[in-house]
Design a protein around this ligand. Structure first.
Ligand code: TXA
Ligand code: MG
Length: 337
């Protein structure tokens, strides 16, 4: 059931559902989440089950503001405080040492906890009411089946989990790809997942260089399992291929022309910035915006739409080198598996 997220009765119904140990489709500025009380292990177990997600892949816990951090984290390094001040509420998740005994299931048994304060007004409204009732946070992975494309509208969430799930409609997500994840448990910030907030922005705020996962390989303990960091993830049903504009044009030319033949269903979808010549009915074309944030905003909806058209292949133009494209490039590379 989809309820309007801006109605007070909807917020009350959502809070009631969470208090009763149930699940909720929650809009955030990045993607929609499948939320449960982070301190209720059996509610969190339902999230893992509904998603088909392995129980040792930890979930992000969403909080109303930084005052809830002390409930979940046993220690907050100074640079993490600076990042919260600069970027919360917003699309940044911080991995911190976990206070023993809290949010066991959400943390997937890890000694750490991922915390994020979302800026979406509907998420904020739900979290604020819950905090007044001593529910400190909502564990919420993206509201999609494990390995699939994340949802950016309420209708996407309903398509994944059906009509029994209570979903608050908060409109289309403004960021469109999942939060940037920074591991703050290793003395210096480590980027685990790229997103709208770039390593450069993180570095400017805390004055420390941002390490990468590759740097971690050479450190003592490797990063824990993180679904968003698996090589194949965010995958549509169709096969995704990344190609330069030149390679795309060559492939389109090879397809040739089917002018004069009856127009059948398209079997290939094309998502590119560079204008390319195509004369085949087989190809469904969609223009990629020239800037990274607009591309991020529409990316998952575009992939879902291509799937809905039943194409068997999605051909995507490689992104520009610039670091502002890191988040989009990462999701496309994983979709290409
Ligand atoms: O934007 C987002 O972050 C969205 C919205 C709903 O907030 N949530 C999201 O959740 O992407 P999920 O569960 O699909 O991705 C969470 C990522 C996973 O890769 C998970 O393994 C990682 O965060 N993560 C969570 N807790 C962690 C921890 N303690 N240590 C390392 N990684 C962690
Ligand atoms: Mg996900």
């Amino acid at each position: 059931m989809i309820l309007p997220g801006d109605a007070p009765e909807s917020i009350a119904a959502a809070v009631e559902r969470i208090r009763a140990g149930g699940l909720l489709g929650l809009p955030t500025e990045t993607v929609y989440g499948l939320a449960a009380n982070a301190d209720d292990d059996s509610a969190v177990a339902q999230v893992f089950k509904a998603k088909g997600r392995p129980a040792d892949h930890p979930l992000i816990v969403h909080v109303a503001d930084a005052s809830a951090v002390a409930h979940y984290a046993s220690f907050v390094p100074e640079f993490a405080e600076q990042l919260m001040c600069a970027f919360w509420p917003g699309p940044l998740t911080l991995i911190l040492p976990r206070r023993p005994g809290v949010a066991n299931a959400a943390a997937g048994g890890n000694p750490t906890i991922g915390l994020r304060c979302p800026s979406h007004p509907v998420a904020q409204a739900v979290l604020k009411v819950l905090m007044r009732e001593a529910v400190w946070g909502l564990a919420a992975p993206s509201a999609n089946q494990f390995g699939r494309v994340s949802p950016t509208t309420a209708a996407h969430v309903q398509g994944e989990f059906g009509d029994d799930l209570l979903i608050l409609d908060g409109g289309a997500c403004s960021v469109g790809i999942e939060s940037t994840i920074i591991d703050c448990t290793r003395g210096a910030p480590v980027l685990l997942r790229p997103g709208a907030i770039t390593p450069k922005q993180v570095q400017v705020v805390c004055g420390l260089p941002v390490l990468s996962k590759d740097d971690l390989e050479t450190m003592a303990s490797p990063a824990p399992k993180a679904s968003g960091t698996l090589d194949s993830h965010y995958a549509p049903h169709a096969t995704v291929r990344l190609m330069t504009a030149k390679e795309l044009q060559k492939a389109l030319t090879l397809l040739g022309s089917d002018a004069g033949q009856p127009a059948g269903r398209p079997s290939i979808a094309l998502y590119c910035r560079t204008p390319l010549a195509t004369v085949s009915h087989q190809v469904l074309c969609r223009r990629m915006p020239a800037d990274a944030s607009r591309t991020a905003q529409q990316l998952f909806a575009v992939l879902r739409d291509f799937d809905a058209h039943g194409v068997s292949q999605i051909w995507v133009e490689t992104t520009p080198e610039s670091s502002v494209w890191d988040g989009v490039r990462d999701r496309l590379q994983r979709a290409a598996g």
